[in-house]
Design a protein around this ligand. Structure first.
Ligand code: ADP
Length: 722
């Protein structure tokens, strides 16, 4: 009897064997239900063997097979590769690919009604009204019809029995409308057309190819990759395309642009979808009917049938790194997925990551450059404001130069954007009487004061309390004061400075969910806001034609902390923020307030010398053997007590395999030493580029059994070092 090896969507290290009942046809990639313990679970067939191997163990049988196309071979290879690379269980990765399991079933159906023929006999007024509505609506559910006509739904039933309305069973989840590649796009500029032409030629050749679309902010990267999408749509009626965007950028603006270019909105995939939207997108992807999917990083795990092109827009963006659970970098995985699918990948950015630039220079990626904005739009001037020389008044955060420039813009009817990467009112609360700094319980993290909500909040754990009236340590009344600026405090300053301005704050506190984000972006684009004050949420991809001034309140905050990419990230973030200014006819300027104007990142920013900056960054990293010139991995341990985590960390250190080309640092307290009552220790492992660090970490972790109270997690190529 044939045997199926089945991988379940459970954190298990390997597949289990089941017999295949008579008459059931199974192939690798088929989705099945089979018993694990008392329940049937969702799994995928990894392999079908003609007979039971080795032992005569009694096997259970597969319960059922889902009537959907099996997972494609490249996708299965991608799961295997990701499992190994991220040091995870294969079932965990499979679960990431099957997040909306209802997608494996056909869409639920509902009854809908439409006009059938002329009614026989006389109509009551209620029935006449329903028929009138049915004529207007075309096809509608019984409750829609009844509501529109202002009658009860029994009237609809009556009309069905008399033959005036016809009952039709319809799927609740509808397919996505097909995109049309032949609608006219923008008339491309010379350099845009050259880049699009090179992409088209490459795509026509077929096979794996990788591109870096390296263009200044607003140069038309989106228009160029639209041409690549159109080419793939035309060339193969089954080809699918995935466009990855940083989560926050999934705004109406980009969806509208897709709709204008292709006549249909793409299928969306991100954490804001409801279960019905999720199962719809996933079902259409699985069957190969969704041609274009636009999504956040997790869309990379969708089970496409034939994925021929992946675009990673803003490829340098930090949100492509998944930090919880299975840690991965969606950009790196996208390149691997394209390779396995024998497709193409386009990484687009105005400030590509050093990793990507090095790959392009080594010839692994083809580099396409867009040096100018189309038409008369120019890149903004960037000026550094030395806060040592031109400090703000005491208790304020905006230097006089910036304050004056904002007043000028308001008078001219133009918009300003202030950027400060700190939510809330003040990042630290201290007691004037005893000096106590208020910390979040079980952590070393400071509480941030939020004035709008009147609460003190821990941005690490989400812990929050109403602001106490007295100091929790010494009991002094009215002694707690906020220290340092957050966006709320800067807004307060602007309100005094420009009392007539329309001011809004844009941060994850004011823009919770897609609707609110869209609202702010739309009001800003429509010039209904004069001054927008935002955290990094404002840096990404927005187009505000009337925005001509950008002020960076504290350019130095990102440079603190011992993160290897701190300088790079600061450069990227600030040049993206500055790039919001002057995107249409009017020229823009960005003022950058800093105490470290001599810092190479700041100097390069002011000179608009990205390549100069990257050259310095490259030298430092290559000298130290850091990525992309070497590899890094982190191993984090946590346990309810410091003794427990320390003793296990020491055992683990003793067991570290002694391999050439590997350096081990630690165990050391992790930068976030205590989190939710768990004590954390960290190892950092650095290796030469040619070492398989995933294999090393797997081998190391397998040497010891992890005690049940200890948690161990591996982060290959860590970004946050927390
Ligand atoms: P990027 O993705 O490089 O930031 P976009 O593709 O968003 O740039 O283009 C910036 C703005 O310029 C958009 O409003 C876009 O519609 C417009 N644009 C780009 N290229 C052209 C063109 N060739 N003709 C007209 N408008 C263009």
């Amino acid at each position: 009897m044939p045997i199926a090896r089945i991988l379940f969507t459970l954190p298990l290290p390997e597949p289990f064997d089941y017999t295949v009942p008579e008459g059931m046809a199974l192939e690798p990639g088929a989705y099945v239900a089979a018993p694990v313990g008392p329940y049937d679970r969702l799994g995928m067939v990894v392999e079908v063997l003609p007979d039971q191997p080795g032992t005569n163990r009694k096997l259970k049988a597969v319960t059922a097979v889902y009537d959907v196309p099996p997972m494609s071979q490249p996708m299965r290879e991608f799961l295997v590769w990701t499992t190994r690379y991220t040091v995870s269980h294969p079932g965990t990765i499979l679960a990431m690919a099957l997040r909306a399991r209802e997608a494996l079933l056909p869409s639920p159906v509902e009854l809908r009604y439409r006009l059938a023929g002329p009614p026989e006999g006389r109509l009551t007024p209620a029935r006449a009204k329903v028929l009138e509505q049915a004529a207007a609506l075309g096809l509608a559910s019984s409750s829609e019809l009844a509501a529109a006509a202002g009658v009860s739904s029994s009237v609809v039933k009556g009309l069905v029995s008399m033959g005036a309305l016809e009952e039709i069973e319809e799927a609740v989840d509808l397919p996505f409308p097909a995109p049309d590649p032949d609608l006219p796009g923008a008339v491309l500029t010379g350099e845009q057309a050259a880049a699009a032409g090179e992409l088209r030629d490459g795509l026509r050749k077929g096979g794996f190819s990788a591109y870096l679309l390296d263009g200044v902010t607003g140069s038309g990267k989106t228009e160029v990759y639209f041409e690549a999408i159109a080419e793939v749509l035309r060339a193969d009626p089954e080809a699918q395309i995935l466009v990855l965007l940083p989560e926050i950028a999934l705004t109406q603006a980009i969806l509208t642009r897709f709709e204008q270019r292709f006549g249909a909105a793409p299928a969306p995939w991100h954490s804001g979808l409801n279960p019905k939207e999720r199962r719809r997108t996933m079902r259409e992807v699985l069957h190969g009917r969704a041609r274009i999917v636009i999504g956040a990083r997790s869309a990379l795990f969708l089970p496409f049938r034939k994925l021929k092109l992946i675009i990673v827009d803003e490829e340098h963006d930090g949100s492509y790194k998944q930090e919880d659970g299975v840690t991965y970098h969606a950009r790196d995985l996208a390149v691997m997925r394209a390779k396995l699918e024998d497709g193409a990948v386009i990484l687009a950015s105005a400030t590509p990551a050093l990793e990507t630039v090095v790959n392009a220079e080594a010839g692994r990626y083809t580099r396409l450059r867009l040096a100018a904005r189309p038409g008369t739009a120019r890149l903004p001037e960037i000026e550094l404001i030395d806060l040592k020389r031109a400090p703000p008044e005491k208790g304020k955060w905006l230097s006089p130069v910036l304050a004056r420039a904002m007043a000028d813009r308001l008078a001219a009817g133009e918009q300003s954007l202030l950027f400060l990467n700190r939510r809330g009112y003040a990042p630290l609360v201290i007691c004037k009487a005893c000096g106590e700094r208020l910390k979040s319980p079980g952590t070393e993290n400071w509480l941030t004061e939020h004035r709008y909500s009147g609460r003190l909040v821990c941005h690490l754990t989400g812990y929050s309390i109403p602001k106490p009236a007295v100091c929790p340590k010494c009991g002094a009344a009215d002694s707690l004061i906020g220290v340092g600026p957050g966006v709320e405090r800067v807004a307060e300053e602007v309100r005094v400075l420009l009392p007539n301005a329309r001011i809004e704050i844009f941060s994850s506190d004011t823009a919770q969910g897609g609707e609110a984000t869209r609202g702010i972006v739309e009001r800003m684009a429509a010039s209904e806001i004069d001054v927008l004050i935002g955290t990094q949420i404002v840096a990404k991809g927005h187009n505000f034609p009337n925005l001509t001034l950008v002020g960076v309140v504290d350019a130095d905050s990102g440079l603190k902390g011992g993160d290897l990419r701190a300088g790079e990230r600061t450069y990227q973030l600030l040049s993206q923020v500055a790039g919001r200014a002057g995107r249409a006819e009017r020229p823009g300027v960005a003022y950058v307030q800093t105490y470290a104007p001599e810092n190479p990142a700041m100097q390069a920013l002011a000179a608009n010398d990205r390549d100069g900056y990257l050259a310095i960054e490259r030298e430092v990293r290559s000298e130290l053997g850091l990525p992309p010139f070497g590899r890094l991995a982190a191993l984090i341990l946590s346990a309810p007590s410091a003794e427990l985590v320390d003793s296990f960390a020491l055992q683990l250190a003793e067991q570290a395999p002694n391999t050439e080309g590997i350096e081990l640092f630690g165990p050391a307290p992790a930068p976030i030493t205590v989190l939710r009552g768990r004590h954390r220790r960290r190892f950092l492992v650095k290796s030469l580029r040619n070492v398989d660090l995933s294999a090393y970490m797997t081998a190391w972790a397998a040497r010891l059994k992890v005690p049940s109270q200890v948690r161990l997690s591996v982060d290959i190529d860590p970004y946050s070092f927390l």
